[in-house]
Design a protein around this ligand. Sequence first.
Ligand SMILES: Cc1cc2nc3c(=O)[nH]c(=O)nc-3n(C[C@H](O)[C@H](O)[C@H](O)COP(=O)(O)O)c2cc1C
Length: 249
Amino acid sequence: MPIPTHREIAPAIHYWGTPVVLVSSRNPDGGVNVAPMSSAWWLGWSCMLGFDASSQTVQNLRRERECVLNLASGDDAAIVNALALTTGSAAVPLHKKLLGYRYEADKPKRAEITLLPSTTVRAPRVGECRVHLEAVVAGIRPFATGDPRMAIPACAVEVRIVKVHVDETLLDGDERIDPERWHPLLMSFRALFTRGDRVAESRLATGSESAYAPWKRGPLVRLASKALGAVAQYRYGVEDEGGDGDAAE
Ligand SMILES: Cc1cc2nc3c(=O)[nH]c(=O)nc-3n(C[C@H](O)[C@H](O)[C@H](O)COP(=O)(O)O)c2cc1C
């Protein structure tokens, strides 16, 4: 492959392409808030969510300690657009006003969303989405406090998934998602996409997916995995360094 010609730039945003998640949470009055966001990534059954700390969702997560991550697919773009530039905060933060945001008391109604009850959390699920991850809050940390370009208070919300519901047409076998059938909605530089064709066989996918889930195996494998995990934790486990308050530009 030819090497591209690179140019040094300072882009306004770093929205390189991440999945769109509709986070449902309960408002203080028991109403439902649904917020589109896309600074999300998963590791194991845990997920990190990057949020503007002024959002109503963050207030709800701090109080209720639970939510549902409704994963948007290409079919849900209209819902995402109906919710874009709205907030469930009655007092719209100034920086959001300047961006054209307005208060919306009943976001599910505005986006014509069908709410389904969850199994383990009080926040409901967005019926239209093909994947629902019920989750509990494991921790909320300030984010990018030392970044001079960060214009707003931001936070990283760590959640742990406790229940997974998927559209059964996505399944290949009992519990495996077929990547050919799952078309996540992706946000890249504020434009909405879904994915293209498979470009190559993946070397990472050589072994069985079950290797990622020793907790699903028999007692011996589970025990061996726990022992391996403890050794790895001892050798490689990291301490929380906290925020980098005085990072140089
Ligand atoms: C496609 C899309 C992606 C977004 N990604 C994020 C994000 O990653 N983090 C964030 O704080 N806001 C994101 N937003 C903006 C939120 O929707 C906005 O902060 C909103 O006010 C949240 O709703 P709430 O205030 O009712 O919680 C995104 C909006 C859209 C439409």
